[in-house]
Design a protein around this ligand. Structure first.
Ligand code: PMP
Length: 302
């Protein structure tokens, strides 16, 4: 039984229940985050990764949905650290904060309701493979855009689009979907941003191509720049994926996941690429607090 944060307190998970009448449960209007904490066994320490950045994004998302809660970003960082400590983890952990309209009222709207935050945690190793390389499939589902459900929102309703894409990919024998936007350009995976490598340059779709403004994406751009790997944010066409030297997904859950097959075409030589592995090695050390330069990414949980 784990400890969770619910209605202003840390409680046992069996005490954290919501009514079937809860407004956001019906209309997909809850905003959430996916955060990780990593265990470093060399010094027996848990490191929270980008805690502040995730809660900042949550607050930006809340602003768009006209939500406010009692807790501040700094308080939520402390509550999350307390939860990890109380649950006594000595392994990698995923953290799921969710802000929802708690009113037991009918009607999809964003005014006149009270928002609350709940947070739970679970042990989580790889969400998708990070070593051998995975198979992806271009989705027949189109990515949402800013005038439908804004892709910059991590809002529960938007994940219907992700669920369609992921399910289609799985049923076709692939591991993950790549979703194109309304203009036919590559946007992202079902729950990951995407990078390709061509002639030593990292290329990733711009925010205007209907992607989530990923925190891992930003960290990767920083690693690349610090190591003189050129990075370009520009449109990527579907067939450019097929001819890329390397492709990888990134995200808090996905971490850095090399893609070696797309629509039955082999990418590069069919194994995780050199630049992908280079960035991955730095990332996996940084998230466990092992790189001085990136110590500001993590918070020690003591
Ligand atoms: N895109 C989508 C749709 C996602 O759900 C996620 C996971 N949060 C990402 C990209 C990656 O974002 P981040 O690196 O901030 O986890």
């Amino acid at each position: 039984m784990s400890f969770v944060y619910f209605e202003g307190k840390i409680v046992h998970e069996d005490e954290a229940k919501i009514s079937i009448k809860t407004n956001s449960f019906h209309y997909g209007t809850a905003v959430f985050e996916g955060i990780r904490a990593y265990y470093n066994k060399e010094n027996d320490t848990m490191y929270g990764l980008f805690f502040k950045e995730h809660y900042q994004r949550l607050f930006t998302n809340m602003k768009i949905l006209n939500m406010s809660i009692d807790e501040t970003i700094d308080e939520l960082v402390e509550i999350t650290k307390d939860l990890i400590k109380k649950n006594n983890y000595k392994e990698d952990v995923y953290i799921r904060p969710i802000v929802y309209f708690a009113d037991l009222k009918i009607s999809p709207k964003l005014i006149g309701y009270t928002a609350r935050i709940a947070i739970y945690t679970l042990p989580l190793g790889d969400y998708i493979d990070t070593s051998k390389g995975i198979k992806a499939k271009i989705s027949s589902w189109t990515r949402l855009n800013d005038n439908m459900i804004p892709p910059r929102l991590k809002v529960t309703g938007a994940y219907v689009n992700s669920a369609f894409a992921k399910t289609e990919a799985l049923l076709a024998g692939a591991d993950e979907a790549i979703v194109l936007n309304k203009n036919g350009y590559v946007s992202e995976g079902s729950a990951e941003n995407i990078f390709i490598v061509r002639d030593g340059t990292l290329i990733t779709p711009p925010v205007s191509d209907d992607i989530l403004e990923g925190i891992t994406r930003k960290a990767i751009i920083q690693i690349a720049k610090d190591n003189n790997i050129p990075v370009v944010e520009r449109n990527i066409a579907r067939t450019e994926l097929y001819v890329a030297d390397e492709v990888f997904f990134c995200g808090t859950g996905a971490q850095i996941s090399p893609v070696v097959i797309i629509d039955d075409r082999v990418i590069g030589d069919g194994s995780p690429g050199k630049i992908t592995k280079f960035i991955q090695n730095i990332y996996f050390d940084a998230v466990r607090g092992k790189i001085e330069k990136y110590k500001n990414w993590v918070v020690e949980i003591k």
